[in-house]
Write a protein that binds this ligand. Structure first.
Ligand code: GDP
Length: 360
C-alpha cells in the first residue's frame, strides 16, 4: 500500500502529531488480525457519503478508505552524509510514496528549537537541503555509470539527459518536485533513478491555536511551499481531539474557530497528493470506500476488491452517489434510468457506487 513519510526537525511536534494519527488508527478497529508496525499510522479518509450509503442499504458496517503515515525519525543537519541514523532515515524516505514535512510555527519558550529561533522558511530549507544533497550524491555516482551504459547502448539517451537536467535543478538548491517539471526534467525517469526529491511533498505547519484562523499567515506559508499543499494544525490540539467523542471534539474545534480536525485535512490532501481516488460499494453487510489511482478503468478498480474480479470482469453497474442520494434507493435510481452498465474501457469517477459483474 502507498504511504506518506513524516519528516521534520526535532521538537517541531512530529511525535505529537503522529500520536494523534495513531489514536485514530482504523486498522486496529476494522482489521483485528492485521499487524501494525509501531511507526505506521493508518488513518481513515473522512467520507460523509459512507454514512448515507449505510442508511440506504442498511449496512452493518462502514469501512472508509485509509491513508498510511510512517513516522521517519532522525533528520538532522548532515543526515545526507548517511552516517548512523542518516542511512536508516534515507532508506525510510526511499520507501515512502510522498513526503510530509512538519514545520514548527508555534511559539513556546518551554520547547527548545534546535536552532534557537522559530523560522519556518529556514527549517524547510534545512530539511530540503539534506534531501537535495542526498540526491546529488546519488547522481555523482549515477552519471558516470550512465555515461558508460549509454556508450554500451544499454540505456536510452533520455535517461542520462534526465540525470544531467536533474543535477542542474538540485545544484541550484531546489527539490525536483518543486522545480523539476518546470525545468523539463522527465519526472518519471528521475524517480526511476532513485532521486528522493521527485516524491510529492506536503507541508504541515504546526501552528499556535490563534494562528489556526490567521489567513494572512497561512497565505504567506502557502506561498512559500507552492506548488505543494500546506496544512495548518495544532498538534497538541489534534491529540486532544483524537481522544474525544464526536460531539465534544466538535465543541473543542469550534472553540478555536475551525470546523474539522486538521488530521482530516491531512488525510484528504495526502490522498490527493498520492494521486488516489475512491469508489464506493454498498450492501447490507458493509458500505465501503475502495482506493484506486485517478484514471483507473473499471477492471482495475474491480481488481482492488479481488484479482479474480479483474480477470473475469464483465461489466460494472454504476450509479453516481449524488443520484442515489437524491433518489433514495437503488430501485428508484434504476427506475429513473440513473443506473448505467459500463464496460472495460470505463474510467472510474470519484463517487461512483458500483457493483461488478464477473466470471469466475
Ligand atoms: P518531535 O521531536 O518533532 O517529535 O516533537 P514532539 O512531538 O516530541 O514535540 C516537542 C515538544 O513540543 C513537546 O514538549 C510537545 O508537547 C511540544 N509541542 C508539540 N506540538 C505543540 C504545539 O502545537 N504547541 C505547543 N505549545 N507545544 C507543542
Amino acid at each position: 500500500a502507498l504511504s506518506i513519510g513524516i519528516v521534520g526537525l526535532p521538537n517541531v511536534g512530529k511525535s505529537t502529531m503522529f500520536n494523534a494519527l495513531t489514536k485514530n488508527n482504523v486498522l486496529a478497529a476494522n482489521y483485528p488480525f492485521a499487524t501494525i508496525e509501531p511507526n505506521v499510522g493508518v488513518v481513515p479518509l473522512p467520507d460523509v457519503r459512507l454514512k448515507r450509503l449505510a442508511e440506504i442499504f442498511g449496512s452493518e458496517k462502514i469501512l472508509p478508505a485509509t491513508v498510511s503515515f510512517v513516522d521517519i525519525a532522525g533528520i538532522v543537519r548532515g543526515a545526507s552524509e548517511g552516517e548512523g541514523l542518516g542511512n536508516k532515515f534515507l532508506a525510510n524516505i526511499r520507501e515512502s510514496d510522498a513526503i510530509c514535512q512538519v514545520v514548527r510555527a508555534f511559539v513556546d519558550d518551554d520547547v527548545t528549537h534546535v536552532d534557537g529561533r522559530i523560522d519556518p522558511a529556514s527549517d524547510m530549507e534545512t530539511i530540503n537541503t539534506e534531501l537535495v544533497l542526498a540526491d546529488l550524491q546519488t547522481l555523482e555516482s549515477a552519471i558516470p555509470r550512465l555515461e558508460k551504459e549509454l556508450k554500451g547502448k544499454k540505456i536510452d539517451k533520455a535517461v542520462l539527459d534526465t540525470a544531467v537536467a536533474a543535477r542542474e535543478v538540485l545544484e541550484a538548491g531546489d527539490t525536483l518536485s518543486a522545480k523539476g517539471a518546470a525545468a523539463g526534467v522527465d519526472m518519471e525517469l528521475a524517480a526511476g533513478l532513485g532521486l528522493l526529491t521527485t516524491k510529492p511533498f506536503i507541508y504541515v505547519f504546526n501552528v499556535d491555536e490563534d494562528q489556526l484562523t490567521d489567513t494572512d499567515l497561512q497565505e504567506r506559508m502557502q506561498a512559500l511551499v507552492e506548488p505543494a499543499e500546506a496544512i495548518f494544525l495544532n498538534a497538541k490540539l489534534e491529540s486532544e481531539v483524537a481522544e474525544l467523542e464526536d460531539d465534544e471534539a466538535r465543541e473543542l474545534l469550534e472553540s478555536v474557530g475551525i470546523d474539522e480536525p486538521g488530521l482530516d485535512q491531512l488525510a484528504r490532501k495526502g490522498f490527493n497528493t498520492l494521486g488516489l481516488q475512491t469508489y464506493l460499494t454498498a450492501g447490507p453487510k458493509e458500505s465501503r470506500a475502495w482506493t484506486i489511482h485517478r484514471g483507473d478503468k473499471a477492471p482495475q478498480a474491480a481488481g482492488v476488491i479481488h484479482t479474480d474480479f479483474e480477470r473475469g470482469f464483465i461489466k460494472a453497474e454504476v450509479v453516481s452517489f449524488d443520484d442515489l442520494d437524491a433518489l433514495g434507493s437503488m430501485a428508484d435510481a434504476k427506475a429513473a434510468g440513473k443506473v448505467r452498465m459500463e464496460g472495460k474501457e470505463y474510467v472510474m469517477v470519484d463517487g461512483d457506487v458500483v457493483e461488478f459483474r464477473f466470471n469466475v
